[in-house]
Design a binder for this molecule. Structure first.
Ligand code: PMP
Length: 418
């Protein structure tokens, strides 16, 4: 890639593509948003690196002032800034151990949290992320996410039943594998990202909150991919009204400048000893200045309103395609919220638990459709071990560009399925 402008990227060979990937959900305000890039450039002329354990810099503190009012719960008032999503996850795991004095972490089947050793240990979405790297961090236990594939149930299973089954599995994990007194935290992405773009039902999240409250376990909510407006609210967890004890964010936070954050409540972070958290580049001044400009742009440019409007158009286009008799039997699901949306294709892999989905489905539909889209000028990504294509266009995309992308996708699906 040679250049990014708003919703488009150009390559060195001259090709120009509409970008529905946003560098995996990062450039949410489009490439090189003028105000964000200018804020970063200006900061470069002031101070680039001001190591945070030596002295705080202005953009760090200004960013926290901007973040406090948009947190999903007013109790979330204590921040650490880092560089990548994985680092934020590492910090959240370390914090959970120090705060509770317990060791074990329960994570979700299908979850993704990063590439470093701790983050990799709590990642359960694809073996290629951990293959060859064992032994990973010990003390990690896995429970079911309420996604029909994870529970081996047909796609027609009701949400209430999926939630019931997943909470039952969690109950078993706490009775058979890691006792509550040994369990520091339950970690969840409110929307499985690399696991297939599946929203956790509100009832499940509320169920986790109850279990955590009952046993003094911390609830860590990973909003690295689902946060910062991606699903139509600043943070996806807001839809459920559930209060996280620790929440991580990154990606869209600084629109492409490396920055992540962990937030918790002071009452909990007061239990951390000074010096237990840190990192040379944590909370870089240029990234923080960019993030301040991102939060301003969200307000000034009414970004969340745009997400809402474009989301309706995206769903209308995808549902229309799903009903098209030419392709209907190949599309298993259209799902998501805001502009974190997925199309799941039928797949021959899952015949045992869902014969309908498996019926003579062609192989590798998602990969083939994504490839065809790219040939037609739309950059779009697959996700998970299932046949899923994810839509993560810029949150400020125009109606015109969204329609253009949907038209390319529709044409590509028809060509591949035919
Ligand atoms: N958590 C989630 C939910 C993610 O989607 C990702 C990145 N895809 C990470 C953590 C890791 O972030 P990073 O790649 O910045 O380390």
């Amino acid at each position: 890639m040679a250049k990014g402008e708003g919703s488009y990227v150009s390559f060195e060979d001259g090709r120009r593509m509409l970008d529905f990937s946003c560098g995996i959900g990062v450039t949410n305000l489009g490439h090189c948003h003028p105000k964000v890039s200018k804020a970063a450039a200006d900061q470069c002329m002031n101070i680039v690196h001001a190591q945070c354990s030596i002295a705080f810099h202005g953009p760090y503190l200004r960013l926290i002032e901007k973040l406090i009012p948009i947190m999903p719960d007013p109790s979330l008032d204590s921040f650490f800034l880092w560089t990548s999503g994985s680092e934020a996850i590492e910090a959240s795991l370390k914090m959970a151990r120090l705060i509770t004095g317990r060791q074990n972490i329960i994570t979700m089947q299908g979850g993704y949290h990063g590439r470093t050793f701790g983050a990799m240990a709590v990642t359960k979405s694809k073996t290629s992320y951990s293959e060859g790297f064992f032994p990973l961090m010990p003390g990690v236990f896995t429970t079911a996410f309420p996604y029909w594939h994870q529970l081996g149930l047909p796609s027609s299973t009701s949400e209430a039943e999926l939630v019931r089954q997943a909470l039952y599995q969690l109950d078993l994990v706490l009775k058979q594998q890691t006792a509550p007194r040994d369990t520091a935290a339950i970690l969840i992405e409110p929307v499985l990202g690399e696991g297939g773009y599946v929203q956790a039902p509100a009832a499940f999240l509320r169920g986790l909150r109850e279990v955590c409250d009952k046993h003094g376990i911390l609830l860590i909510v990973d909003e690295v991919q689902s946060g910062f407006g991606r699903t139509g609210k600043y943070f996806n967890i807001e839809y459920s009204g559930v209060r996280p004890d620790i929440m991580t964010m990154a990606k869209g936070l600084a629109n492409g400048f490396p920055l992540s954050a962990v937030v918790s409540r002071k009452e909990l972070t007061d239990k951390l000893k000074p010096g237990s958290m840190g990192g040379t580049y944590a909370g870089n001044a240029v990234s923080c200045a960019a993030a301040v400009a991102v939060t301003n742009a969200f307000r000034e440019e009414k970004v969340l309103e745009n997400v809402d409007a474009r989301s309706k158009e995206l769903f209308a286009a995808l549902n229309k395609l799903k009903q098209d008799p030419e392709v209907a039997s190949s599309i298993a699901d259209v799902r998501g919220q805001g502009l974190m949306v997925a199309v799941e294709f039928a797949s021959p892999l899952y015949s045992e638990h869902d014969p309908v989905l498996a019926q003579s489905a062609p192989k590798n539909l998602a990969t083939r459709v994504a490839k065809r889209c790219m040939e037609k000028g739309l950059l779009i990504l697959t996700t998970s071990v299932y046949e899923v294509i994810r839509f993560i266009p810029p949150l400020n995309i125009s109606a015109e560009d969204l329609e253009k992308g949907c038209d390319i996708f529709t044409a590509s699906v028809k060509e591949v399925v035919r």
